[in-house]
Design a protein around this ligand. Structure first.
Ligand code: NAD
Length: 460
């Protein structure tokens, strides 16, 4: 039985809950359910650990590098847990321990700014960036380890301590990583507790954390914001996306389409920052639909593309596809679940889909990609922006300046030219509109785990 990590020690839950393997649909493991008293213990441990942890930044850097090594050493074990609980093919799952190590190494090396605003005969005025205290981190099921480390690495460098709650669909690898963190870091610096959405609500409502950093759905984010706002907790929300990708009239379909498709269906389409709507000029439309369909039908379901990671997501994708087809969309390839056990869905390209079909207007989060026609680039940009989502976007074309001009008109936190979702620890990542509040990654992401303190030394 996997255990939670509280104050550096393994802790069993008061009860357990089922973890399903989405490749089979069968219950594959049990995970501990955190009780209210155990949650209090976790926050108390984080609070107590903060006094020592915030004192010495060099010690923090060394500990983070030791943690990167320990996670790398446990890579196979963590990958096996991820495969079991998410259904990811091994190469996709195996990237996550590497992401954790990379994020720890980059943040361990990052400078915490201290700005001098005035330095003259009358005063030295500086701005220092202090840790916030205890941070509560809540994560989704699509990249359980990587997205947790996007939060943990900058939070730790800044001098905070952490209580982490993963998704109830995918607690196993995070519990194991929690044990490793408990072994490598001082007790209480990172605590991992598991349970459902109710536990998430209790984490946000708890009086101890001074910051909530949440990655998940828009609905979850709105609920978290309301609860955190009542206690004036600091907040970072990384929420859903419905990224538009615009093909320019001079795009080279032969090179662009396989790359766009490979990104759109990465992790079975279950990532926030992927092409989710493709806008294609009239003159290229039929050729582009055929090229997307050919690339999608060449994907080997199973070895190359895993199942949807949860039953609700499988049911949602099945419903969205059926609804679009019933509404007149043309199936260029796929269109239905794959026969057999598990939550597998055929890689699907839909043509001639109405703009108001939910598979276009909402975040589908699965391997069903609508290809939409446009005749006027201004119209394409307007339709791309006619949504409350604003995570990423991209434009693809031979004339890079023209494509960049279109990409910059997209209302989103990151816009790309001839690529999509190239995410790095040094580059800030954020969402516009309902896609998020605040920033992760980069110096901006580090500062989000701090608050400024003015240090004004008079010299007269
Ligand atoms: P979700 O909102 O259902 O759950 C996410 C986490 O929040 C889970 O741990 C859950 O238990 C918890 N939770 C749910 N409701 C809560 C509440 N009211 N208060 C506190 N905690 C609560 O999301 P999900 O289905 O696990 O994840 C998929 C979503 O995450 C998609 O919309 C996807 O786009 C988004 N996502 C965004 C990013 C990003 O960086 N912007 C990255 C990955 C995933």
């Amino acid at each position: 039985m996997p255990t939670m990590t509280i104050d550096g020690a393994p802790v069993e839950g008061s009860q357990t809950f089922d973890v399903v393997n989405p490749a089979t649909g069968e219950v594959a493991a049990q995970a501990p359910q955190c009780s209210p008293e155990q949650l209090d213990d976790a926050f108390a441990a984080a609070q107590a650990a903060g006094r020592g942890w915030r004192a010495d930044v060099d010690e923090r850097r060394k500990a983070m590098l030791r943690l990167a090594e320990a996670i790398t050493a446990a890579g196979d074990e963590l990958t096996a847990d991820l495969v079991l609980e998410t259904g990811k093919p091994v190469p996709v799952a195996a990237s996550e321990p590497g992401i954790c190590a990379a994020w720890l190494q980059v943040f361990a090396d990052m400078e915490i700014p201290r700005r001098v605003l005035q330095d003259d005969a009358s005063a030295l005025i500086e701005v220092a960036y202090r840790p916030l205290g205890v941070v509560a981190a809540i994560t989704p099921w699509n990249f359980p380890l990587g997205l947790a480390m996007w939060k943990i690495a900058p939070a730790l460098l800044a001098g905070n301590t952490v209580v982490l709650k993963p998704s109830p669909f995918t607690p196993l690898a995070t519990l194991r990583m929690g044990q490793i963190m408990g072994e490598v870091l001082p007790p209480g610096v990172v605590n991992v507790v598991t349970g459902g959405d109710d536990l998430g609500r209790a984490v946000v409502a708890h009086p101890t954390p001074r910051k909530i950093t949440f990655t998940g759905s828009v609905a979850g984010g709105k609920s978290v914001a309301a609860s955190a706002g009542a206690d004036l907790k600091r907040l970072t929300l990384e929420l859903g996306g419905n990224d538009a990708t615009i093909l320019m009239p001079d795009v080279d379909l032969a090179s662009a389409v396989p790359r766009i498709l490979g990104t759109a269906f990465f992790n079975t389409g279950q990532a926030c920052a992927l092409p989710k709507r493709i806008y294609v000029p009239d003159a290229l439309y039929d050729e582009a639909v055929d090229a997307f369909a050919a690339a999608a039908s060449a994907i080997e379901v199973g070895p190359q593309m895993g199942p949807l990671s949860t039953k609700p997501q499988y049911e949602r994708i099945t419903g969205l596809a059926a609804e679009a087809i019933a509404g007149g969309a043309r199936v260029a390839t796929g269109g239905a679940p794959v026969d057999g056990p598990g939550y597998y869905f055929a890689p699907t390209i839909l043509a001639d889909v109405a703009d108001d079909a939910r598979v276009v207007a909402e975040e589908q989060f699965g391997p069903v990609l609508p290809v939409l026609r446009y005749s006027d680039i201004d119209d394409a940009v307007e339709r791309a922006n006619s949504t409350m989502f604003g995570l990423c976007g991209s434009a693809w074309g031979a004339d890079v300046d023209a494509a960049r001009a279109v990409a910059e008109r997209l209302e989103c936190g990151s816009t790309f030219v001839n690529t999509h979702a190239a995410l790095l620890p040094t580059v800030p990542f954020s969402g516009s509109k309902w896609s998020g509040v605040g920033v992760e990654n980069g110096v901006e992401g580090l500062l989000a785990f701090t608050e400024p303190q003015v240090v004004h030394t008079a010299r007269v």
